[in-house]
Design a protein around this ligand. Structure first.
Ligand code: HEM
Length: 436
């Protein structure tokens, strides 16, 4: 809950910086009347410029890359602020509910520009959502019931998402994700000056709310006082992620085309995996040096040859891990370590990545963590990658999950879910075959 002091942040004397910090903290802890007041008198969110008509937006909900900037190396730069809402249906997914969902989402698109400065979002549905229908899900969609990869379970207490949907908001503007959430759930009547005639709260209940952030400087800014990270500010200032390295290089990401479902009723959609991981970084930062961390994250060759730099600045747009995938068994046997990226590159198809990762850091519950988000055409492609990450075959060289088997040792999986992110046309409470 916000205190009177928090509200003062909105006063005009308050510096822009503390105002930004306040809105950022508000994203993490949820909206409030105080924040709403603060947002009312701030300059408007990024309003649509020339693309006011939702019909002009791409049919793929997950088509974000064209709306995102790139960094100095040509890698797509993800939006900084994220909210993930788990949704549970309050009633039947009937025509009236479907119309309400469609109207509410369209109004958000009319009010705020589809961009990282404005707002991007996806709405996905779990296998549990589709279970309520007599018909089964379109054959072209590979979305089995979630089944966590058990090799991490010794350390993990995993909840599987049995809700109905997952709404993911993303923006560089913390106020935009918050305002969109409030507008969609009836907590504000207007969004960016436009009135909302429909809201999702009649249809869905929010059963959990998770938040995330990503980008250079943000983890370093927030590393103090969290569970799972030692004192002494170990995260490099420029690192976009808590473990201290850049990620999401262009050559190790699947394209949006590659992750898009090609056939059937949901052609234009994608499957999505969402996993919450708590990080245990005391040992990572205190008992291993930078070279060992590079070896575990990338490969022992990357460490020996100094290919990465402090936080990945030397890598440009590719990690070069494909040159060391064939060496992986030698590395395990002779050097006693294999890298995370080195293991995962084995899940590529014809040399090309099949997962499009959109993971973000989190401090939910004041624990240092990561919400891992990936899109892929078929969920089995994610499973294959997760098995490559589990790296069970390296056990024969003495590399179990507690040894230098990539970064497994530092991760505790807490939440695990799979979703269909339908094309925009069918995003409002779809039937298993929305054409029927
Ligand atoms: C805290 C958890 C994690 C961290 C810090 C992390 C970090 C990284 C880093 C630094 C890279 C290499 C650079 C790049 O992204 O281009 C990478 C690659 C990758 N990671 Fe992770 N990762 C994590 C969890 C996961 C999980 C749960 C998966 C699920 C399968 C995964 C899948 C991948 C894949 C597919 C690649 C690309 C490999 C290639 O080049 O083909 N990661 N990760």
């Amino acid at each position: 809950m916000y205190t009177q002091n928090d509200t003062n942040i909105c006063s005009s004397e308050t510096s822009k910086r503390s105002r930004r910090a306040f809105i950022r903290a508000a994203v993490a802890s949820g909206g409030s009347a105080a924040l709403a007041a603060c947002l009312e008198d701030r300059p408007s969110l990024n309003a649509p410029k020339g693309v006011a008509e939702p019909a002009s937006l791409p049919d793929r909900q997950h088509a974000w890359n064209d709306a995102l900037p790139t960094d100095q190396d040509g890698n797509v730069r993800p939006p900084k602020h994220h909210i993930f809402l788990s949704l549970s249906l309050s009633g039947e997914p009937n025509a009236a509910a479907r119309e309400t969902v469609a109207a509410a989402l369209t109004e958000v698109e009319r009010a705020v520009e589809w961009s990282s400065a404005g707002l991007l979002f996806t709405l996905g549905y779990t296998p549990a959502y589709f279970d309520r229908f007599d018909a089964s899900l379109d054959d072209a969609v590979d979305l089995p019931k979630p089944s966590p990869i058990v090799v991490l379970s010794a350390e993990s207490d995993v909840t599987v998402d049995a809700n109905d949907g997952l709404l993911h908001f993303a923006s560089d503007d913390a106020a935009a994700v918050l305002a969109a959430e409030e507008a969609l759930f009836g907590e504000r009547k207007r969004l960016n000056g436009r009135s909302m005639s429909a809201s999702l709260d009649a249809v869905f209940e929010r059963t959990s709310r998770r938040t995330g952030f990503v980008g250079p400087g943000l983890p370093a800014d927030r590393q103090n006082g969290l569970d799972g990270i030692p004192e002494g500010e170990p995260v490099p200032e420029e690192a976009p992620f808590f473990m201290g390295f850049r990620s999401g290089f262009r050559e190790s990401q699947a394209t949006e085309d590659r992750v898009t479902i090609r056939d059937g009723a949901f052609a234009g959609g994608a499957t999505q995996h969402f996993e919450t991981i708590e990080l245990d970084l005391e040992v990572w930062f205190e008992e291993s040096d930078h070279e060992q961390r590079v070896a575990r994250m990338f490969s022992p060759d990357h460490a020996e040859r100094g290919l990465v730099g402090e936080y990945g600045e030397r890598l440009g747009s590719e990690t070069g891990v494909t040159t060391v995938t064939d060496e992986i068994h030698n590395h395990a046997r002779e050097r006693g370590v294999v890298g995370h990226a080195q293991k995962l590159a084995r899940a590529r198809e014809n040399g090309k990545p099949v997962l499009l990762r959109r993971d973000v850091n989190t401090t939910d519950g004041d624990v240092c963590g990561l919400h891992f988000v990936s899109l892929q055409r078929e969920l089995s492609e994610f499973t294959r990658a997760r098995e490559a990450m589990a790296g069970e075959e390296f056990g024969r060289y003495g590399l179990g999950p507690r040894q230098s088997n990539g970064i497994l040792q530092y991760l505790r999986v807490r939440h695990w879910g799979s979703y269909l992110v339908p094309p925009r046309t069918h995003r409002a409470l779809p039937r298993p075959d929305p054409r029927m």
